[in-house]
Design a protein around this ligand. Structure first.
Ligand SMILES: CC(C)(COP(=O)(O)OP(=O)(O)OC[C@H]1O[C@@H](n2cnc3c(N)ncnc32)[C@H](O)[C@@H]1OP(=O)(O)O)[C@@H](O)C(=O)NCCC(=O)NCCS
Length: 248
């Protein structure tokens, strides 16, 4: 099948489809994360958002991305998803020339998964980054199989390999095959904090006492404090870098 690529600013009529795809891609609780600047993805930065459409004009995949200034060091990587957006907004407001593009997420519609569309998104991100004159595409990668191993520290999980030497995680593997390198683990790129009853509703898991709870879709346990009536979850990611200079 032939796919067409657009930016969201070229096809604002597809925003509802994008939001629908987004809604189905994550566990419910991640939609209540601490990202107050997220709306800028769809307005200020709409021209950087990549939409891949099938022959019937249905959105098959999206890639969210923003340009920003990064000094190339591990300590200068934004700590959270919201900090990425704040950095991108600052870069734009101060009229500075971005030297990196930073991906926020890639989503492929379920019926199109496993056909290499994620590589198409990443290639588009790299192409946009090169067009902007950026040196790197940096990405806080959310490993897709980590939720199956919520008790394994992410630092350990990223070192798991298959017998052929490739990363164990399918999504980390896609980046690695495209020549990306591992930068560091970010322990809480997103935080979700909510009353216990809310967590029970989101996850379907009763939480009668305080402690660490394994819930569907979470990459590590949710810390529940019944007395304070709060559950806190930190979503960890793996920073990776695609150099753009010689990228195909
Ligand atoms: C992660 C995601 C973008 C990958 O997209 P994709 O187009 O399916 O990726 P690919 O077709 O390139 O497949 C990547 C790898 O995952 C494997 N894979 C893809 N879909 C799979 C499925 N449903 N079941 C098992 N493995 C699958 C592929 O076999 C491939 O592994 P390989 O190295 O053995 O070939 C997609 O699964 C997705 O949208 N997930 C929900 C949102 C998300 O988690 N995004 C990433 C965090 S930002």
């Amino acid at each position: 099948m032939a796919f067409a690529t657009h930016s969201l600013s070229e096809r604002p009529d597809l925003l509802d489809q994008v939001l629908e795809l987004d809604k189905g891609a994550w566990p419910d609780f991640l939609r209540y994360r601490d990202t107050p600047h997220w709306k800028h993805v769809f307005d200020t930065f709409a021209h950087h958002q990549i939409l891949i459409c099938d022959g019937s004009n249905r959105v098959a995949a999206v890639g969210y991305m923003v340009p920003l200034v990064w000094d190339g060091t591990l300590t200068d990587l934004p700590e959270t998803l919201d900090e990425i957006l704040v950095r991108a907004l600052q870069t734009e407001e101060e009229g500075r020339k971005p030297n990196a593009v930073c991906a926020l997420a890639a989503i492929v519609a379920q019926e199109y998964q496993g056909r290499g569309l994620s590589r198409m998104i990443l290639r588009e991100m790299r192409r946009s980054g090169r067009q902007l004159g950026c040196a790197d595409l940096i990405i806080p990668v959310r490993p897709t199989w980590k939720a199956r191993y919520p008790l394994i520290p992410l630092e350990e999980y990223v070192r798991w390999t298959r017998t052929d030497g490739a990363p164990f995680d399918p999504w980390l593997r896609v980046h690695w095959r495209m020549g990306a390198s591992f930068l560091k683990v970010a322990r809480n790129t997103l935080t979700v904090e909510a009353p216990v009853a809310q967590w029970e509703e989101w996850t379907g898991v009763p939480m009668p006492g305080s402690g660490q709870y394994v819930v569907p879709g979470a990459l590590q346990p949710v810390a529940v404090d019944r007395e304070a009536d709060v559950g806190v979850y930190a979503d960890p990611h793996v920073w990776m870098k695609h150099p753009l200079a010689n990228a195909a």
